[in-house]
Design a binder for this molecule. Structure first.
Ligand code: AMP
Length: 432
């Protein structure tokens, strides 16, 4: 006899099941609704891409690329990776389909699974889901430079307004938007050097990770959650004091534009993002009830990324919402109500009643009601018990008497009350 093997979902992955999937669908549907009102169209890029696409855009020194990607050699030996995020794919698609020739900027959103080999914990999975959006704008002749600042800042602010409108539509009010500017090619390298010099002075007071990052990526030290490092980090130089004139103007205009739109935010000078391609505007949204993994959304501006991937010079900004964490947060906040059970359970007995039951089930379903129709005849007692277990709102009782008189019995399961209806009366009643 062959040994019985129990299969289980791979560590860090999970099955999303009803009724939770109803909430997932509601969240994605809300994103579609809100984002389309801001002029976004949906893109569905593939789930795997050439490894090089991610290496070049996200950066070789990042944890995502150096440790966390699921990479394998395809049969023809090209290295491919499951996508750890989708911004690189969207930029690749923008270039591949010549979207620079469309009216600019191009606004795209996506939803779908991402893959990172991280240590699983609450709110952190190896297959997780993101809802993201990107605004990409090819630079036309004569464009670029200081005169674009008001337009760029307005685009950033509108994207953030849309994000907050999305959370508001979901009635998730406990979210907090944090913003920062991390400068650009002009001013950031000088700040990073200054930061490195300051960090070297306090090196032996820092933990191992931060010590390593002094070399590889000093900005990431600001991200540290290590208790013992907090007092030291508080004394480090702040990028806001070292922005070049254009970056400072962009950041000031962004804040003015957010005020104009009534978007509330908190400035967080320690907010640097883990991926290499960001510049100027960076932001994060945190939510309550998630423990240490409390970031539900991250994003920023990435002018130059499209060019880095072989396209015409272009600007860009985008975000990715962690849908798994958003769902957790909605559940914690008690905003996860989704219809459960059935609207109507049809308790029928007898061959003539079955014909009517089949017909009325179809009519009700066409009207959008969730209907349970038992496949075979059952005793009323059993059938009503089953209706209860399924969380049905009503039981429609169709026996010989009901069919003969044309007066059908509708039982409200919550209180056991019963009312007689003709078929048209029943439909009117259920439609409210
Ligand atoms: P990032 O692409 O790293 O900027 O992440 C954007 C958002 O995706 C984060 O704020 C999280 O909400 C979510 N996220 C990132 N990694 C994971 C993961 N391993 N598991 C669940 N959610 C994640």
């Amino acid at each position: 006899m062959s040994e019985k093997r129990k299969f289980q979902a791979i560590k860090g992955t999970r099955d999303l099941l009803p009724p939770d999937t109803e909430l997932w669908n509601r969240v994605e549907q809300t994103a579609r609704q809100v984002f389309t009102t801001y002029g976004f169209g949906e893109i569905r890029p593939p789930i795997f891409e050439p490894t090089e696409l991610f290496a070049r855009s996200i950066g070789l020194d990042t944890d995502v690329v150096s440790k966390e990607m699921y990479t394998f050699a395809d049969r023809d030996e090209t290295s491919v990776s499951l996508r750890p995020e989708a911004t690189a794919s969207v930029c690749r698609a923008y270039i591949e389909h010549g979207m620079h020739a469309l009216p600019q900027p191009v606004r795209l959103f996506y939803t779908g699974p991402m893959f990172r080999r991280e240590r699983p914990q609450k709110g952190r999975y190896r297959q997780f889901y993101q809802i993201g959006a990107e605004i990409i704008e090819a630079l036309q002749q004569g464009q670029g430079g200081s005169k674009d600042i008001p337009k760029d800042a307005a685009i950033d602010a509108e994207l953030l307004e849309m994000l907050m409108a999305f959370f508001a539509r979901l009635e998730l009010h406990s979210v907090q938007l944090e913003i920062n500017s991390i400068g650009d090619r002009n001013c950031r390298p000088k700040y990073v050097e200054l930061l490195r010099a300051e960090l070297l002075k306090v090196k032996d007071q820092l933990g191992q990770d931060s010590q390593r990052r002094i070399d590889t990526n000093p900005l990431r030290v600001l991200d540290s959650k290590l208790e013992s490092e907090q007092a030291i980090i508080a004394t480090l130089p702040r990028i806001s004091d070292h922005l070049c004139a254009d970056c400072a103007a962009h950041y000031a205009e962004l804040k003015r534009q957010l005020d104009l739109r009534g978007v509330t935010y908190k400035e967080n000078w320690r907010l640097v993002r883990g991926l290499d391609y960001y510049m100027r505007t960076t932001f994060e949204i945190t939510a309550q009830g998630l423990g240490s993994q409390n970031a539900v959304c991250g994003g920023g501006r990435y002018d130059g990324l499209v060019e880095l991937l072989g396209g015409q010079p272009a600007k860009g900004i985008g975000f990715a919402i962690g849908e798994d964490r958003l769902i957790l947060s909605l559940q914690e906040a008690g905003k996860a109500d989704v219809p459960k059970g059935r609207d109507v359970y049809i308790a029928w007995m007898g061959a003539t009643a079955q014909a009517t039951a089949i017909r009325i089930a179809k009519v009700l379903r066409e009207n959008g009601f969730r209907v349970e129709l038992p496949p075979v005849e059952q005793k009323f007692g059993k059938t009503l018990g089953q209706a209860d277990k399924l969380g049905s709102r009503y039981a429609l009782i169709l026996g010989e008497d009901e069919i003969a008189s044309g007066q059908w019995t509708l039982k409200t399961l919550a209180d056991g009350s019963q009312t007689k209806f003709t078929e048209p009366q029943l439909l009117d009643f259920l439609r409210g």
